[in-house]
Design a binder for this molecule. Structure first.
Ligand SMILES: [Zn+2]
Length: 319
């Protein structure tokens, strides 16, 4: 890696191809070759969207796909977690309710503004028509702790907090009758997990709880919809192995008294052969290793990323 490597994903400008995949009469996956996914649940009387896209203009494309399959009103938006790239498109759906876990609400209050500025700076392509984002933040109108069940007519939708992982507020949406799961960024497929706000020591156990539901199909946070149990198992194993491998490497470095930059070089050299082909690998690794080093040393909870801290960290590790 040279010192001219562009910050985060500022050099990633190539648009991706969108797929809108039917998983059942009630479930669709809006995916885009590793860009953030949106889940769509069609009930008897209403539609629920799981994660919104980064801007209202981008969400309009999701709505266009939904309108190709149903004219039912989009009443619910579920936020799998607080990250800007998932939530700032919410206004486009004009939902009756925006639902998130209480832990996600507390993160929005605590660090939503900083996260918005930081994420827009990191990945401009993912915030197309950022001027369409209304001022302020996306606020839930309903929050829950642990578990919440909604009935869209006869269709049961469970919103579950299975544990900490990608963030402390992670929520999955689960259709028990069809065994279809929308995981948010807890599970990725052929895409590098972003772990800058993660709990490395909790994430693998949380994935065990996802696996215990025995999903037949799973829509990850990034990457193609997983449509067979073998693909679901591969998505879970890939995410778990990446998180465990990064944390093992960084923890060993920290325990040996190495500084963050040395831990970073060691982790990238160790991890790249196995995972370097996944999208956003080079974007994620500095953030992932920084958080892993924090967790292995002094910080139980993730520190807030600001646009300034992002750039300072990048210069320190990549400069
Ligand atoms: Zn995220």
């Amino acid at each position: 890696m040279s010192s001219t490597k562009a910050f985060a994903s500022q050099a990633d400008l190539q648009d991706k191809k969108v797929s809108f995949t039917k998983l059942s009469d009630h479930a669709y996956a809006y995916t885009a070759e590793g860009d953030p996914n949106t889940g769509v649940i069609v009930g008897d009387d209403a539609v629920m969207v799981v994660d919104t896209q980064a801007t209202p203009v981008m969400a309009e494309d999701v709505i266009r796909r939904i309108r190709e399959v149903t004219d039912k009103p989009i009443q619910y938006v579920v936020l799998s977690h607080y990250h800007a790239v998932r939530v700032l498109g919410a206004a486009a759906y004009k939902p009756q309710h925006v639902i998130a876990s209480e832990d996600t609400l507390s993160l929005i209050k605590e660090r939503g503004e900083q996260d918005k500025a930081s994420e827009i700076g990191r990945f401009p392509r993912l915030f197309r028509n950022v001027e369409s984002v209304p001022p302020g933040l996306t606020w839930p109108t309903i929050t829950f702790t642990g578990r919440m069940t909604l009935w869209l007519g006869k269709l049961e939708v469970q919103l579950l907090q299975l544990g900490r992982g990608h963030t402390k507020g992670d929520t999955v949406a689960w259709l028990p009758a069809e065994r279809i799961l929308f995981s948010g960024d807890l599970v990725e497929y052929d895409a590098t997990p972003y772990a800058g706000d993660a709990y490395f020591s909790d994430w693998p156990q949380t994935l065990d709880k996802v696996a215990a539901l025995k999903p037949a199909k799973l829509v990850p946070g990034r990457g193609a919809a997983l449509e067979t149990e073998a693909q679901v198992a591969a998505g879970l194993a890939g995410t778990r192995n990446f998180i465990a491998d990064v944390y093992a490497s960084v923890k060993a470095s920290a325990n040996a008294g190495q500084d963050l930059k040395t831990a970073y070089r060691t982790a990238v050299d160790t991890i790249r052969p196995k995972y370097g082909h996944w999208v956003i690998f080079d974007h994620c690794m500095p953030f992932d290793v920084s958080r892993a080093y924090d967790e292995a040393t002094a910080y139980r909870d993730p520190r807030i990323w600001t646009a300034e801290r992002d750039v300072e960290m990048w210069k320190a590790l990549e400069g």
